[in-house]
Design a protein around this ligand. Sequence first.
Ligand code: SAH
Length: 256
Amino acid sequence: MNSAKTQEKNPAQVTLLGAGPGDPELITVRGLNRLRAAEVLIYDDLAGDELPDEAPAGCEKIYVGKRSGKHNRPQAEINALILEKARQGKRVVRLKGGDVFVFGRGGEEIEALAAAGIGFEVVPGITSALAAGAAAHIPLTHRDLASSLVFVTGHEATKPGDPGVPWEQYAKLKATLCLYMGTVRLPIIAGRLITGGLPRDTPAAAVIRAGHPDMRIESFDLGRAADGELCGRVVSPAIVIIGDVARYAGGVPTAR
Ligand code: SAH
């Protein structure tokens, strides 16, 4: 498959597909084409509910998200399901919110596919941090304010002896930090960033349910987050944007 055209005609057996933030207009053209050609659709909690309806009528749709009763369907079970359906010769689409390779466990799924010798392709999606920046009019990088961008999880896989995210060091980067899964531990993370040297008045904004009609934006500063003032207001799913660019959430500055 060495050209996009060939790929359109002959898609891989399994497509790992990023849905984007849930707004049905924010999936790629290729992604929508794959969805409309799916024979089996395996999907989890997308930010929106409309995309699975794009699969054709005869498509087998399997929901593996958190609302399925089990808190978290084990990844091994999902991998096994993908392999089982692919081995039946079905064209499988594995649909996930945002992008499959940004906190999406896509890496584990392609490892299983590669080990089984099953052909796959990856179709990228708009990850939540990008959707949040766009929706809140926050430029994630800016020539004058932030020259790097960090996507970081607030909910780390913790193994004994694992030092985890070096928050104090991130404070020194002068980057825009985009915090995924960070609502619960926000006070701790904000406190550690302050310990690492970020001023308490560093601007921050939480974009809650980016890309949905009920999206909310909370603007605050790091000190208030560290004091726990945002508890109950910054709720999942949210992207917390920390850094000077976050002040754009209060309105685009017209003169600086
Ligand atoms: N693969 C996804 C991320 C999955 S991890 C992506 O690329 O976006 C789940 C986290 O994504 C949530 O805890 C939240 O931080 C973020 N998220 C997902 N949907 C969101 C939305 N509509 N608005 C804001 N954040 C969202």
